[in-house]
Design a protein around this ligand. Structure first.
Ligand SMILES: [Zn+2]
Length: 379
């Protein structure tokens, strides 16, 4: 068994109970939006706010909270066309109930069994024409934005709430019109689904009228990312992308977007062959990681290669996405990982860096090293 199973990758720590079945319950949504403990994670035009290096959040009943007047403006227009971003200036999305504080006095309770602090992500795109005005949120606009470096230094709970809110809000801010009939769409189910506003049944909409449709649900883009190892784990193939990482020479695993009608295993094998020329038959999924840039799910795999003079030969001439790919000794990589203090990237050889522990690639490389070491110990 891998030591990874059951552990959370960075951005992948589920701290909230999403109670997804309650999002369409209008009474539940209204109750959460009027409860004093309800906590909002505000974004300004898609960027979260920083409070002393942490993710900024604010409770509804906090003194001088700007949230109460904002929520009072939003409550009457929930689930109507008026709640669209260009009218309201706001995207709101329910994230879940934070549990563990259930015995506390004043905790939110619904139908006597769903307890916890309600969490919402809220993204402001306000101007003088929107329902919520810039003056309504003036204190927030003076706060510093959370930069990417800080995000990767946050604890995983905060980073995961950020990632969760960011992905929903990114989706809500990008989709404005129905792909079936071009009518404006607006959020329903506490900002977790979009709905076509075309109410005229005489004007057909192939999306609205479809028996099964999922186009209104949030988008997640699956990416397969694979650590390639020799069957005996003694060698690992790492690649350097043409994408610049500043002056850093970084080697990592192979990644690419899944395509329609592909299995995870086939997508992994295809990406490996297209990018490195390596023929890898044996692929298994190891772990996954949500990645909010913008809405990816990284599906971490291990690919094992049976060296036979053909399978393992590297060729960068198919896709030409890589600057270099090499087989390295797992022993050497293991030593670098052992010397790693958990901060930033892993130092490998003099000039090479490997991804740090916030990236799923690190855990895949470590998985190969662990397998190698266990194999060595049993010989
Ligand atoms: Zn439509």
């Amino acid at each position: 068994m891998s030591t990874l199973r059951g552990a959370s990758t960075f951005f992948g720590c589920e701290t909230l109970n999403r109670v997804s079945f309650l999002r369409e319950d209008v009474e539940f949504v209204k109750n959460t939006l009027t409860h004093g403990s309800t906590t909002f994670v505000p974004f300004i035009r898609g960027e979260a706010l920083s409070s002393n290096g942490s993710l900024y959040s604010i409770k509804l009943d906090e003194s001088q909270s700007v949230m109460k007047p904002v929520v009072n403006k939003l409550l009457p227009i929930l689930n109507t066309s008026a709640s669209r971003l260009r009218n309201s200036g706001v995207n709101l999305t329910f994230l879940g109930l934070k549990q563990g504080e259930d015995s506390r006095e004043g905790v939110f309770v619904y139908r006597s069994q769903y307890k916890g602090t309600p969490y919402y992500g809220i993204d402001f795109h306000v101007d003088s024409d929107t329902l919520v005005k810039p003056s309504d949120i003036a204190p927030l606009t003076k706060m510093p934005l959370l930069d990417r470096e800080t995000i990767f230094e946050m604890d995983n709970e905060d980073a995961s709430i950020y990632s969760h809110a960011k992905m929903y809000l990114d989706w809500l801010s990008k989709y404005h019109f129905c792909p079936g009939c071009g009518s404006p769409i607006y959020p329903v189910d506490a900002g977790t689904k979009l709905q076509c506003s075309n109410a005229n049944r005489e004007v057909g909409c192939q999306v609205r009228d479809a028996r099964v449709t999922n186009v209104y649900f949030p988008r997640t883009d699956p990416v397969v990312i694979t650590a390639i190892a020799s069957r005996d784990f003694s060698r690992i193939c790492l690649a350097r992308s043409k994408r610049k990482h500043g002056d850093t020479v970084m080697y990592s695993t192979i990644a690419g977007f899944m395509e329609p009608a592909e299995t995870v295993e086939n997508a992994s094998r295809r990406e490996i062959w297209e990018e490195t020329g390596i023929r890898c038959e044996d692929v298994a999924m190891i772990t996954t990681q949500p990645w909010p840039y913008p809405v990816n799910l990284m599906i971490g795999c291990l690919g094992l290669v049976d060296a036979n003079g053909v399978n393992e030969v590297i060729s960068l001439t198919h896709d030409e996405e890589l600057l270099d790919a090499q087989w390295f000794s797992t022993e050497d990589v293991s030593k670098s990982l052992e010397a790693y203090d958990g901060n930033g990237m892993v130092r490998f050889k003099d000039s090479i860096r490997l991804p740090g522990s916030t990236a799923v690639a690190f855990h895949l490389i470590k998985h190969v090293c662990d397998k190698y070491k266990r194999r060595q110990a049993s010989l």
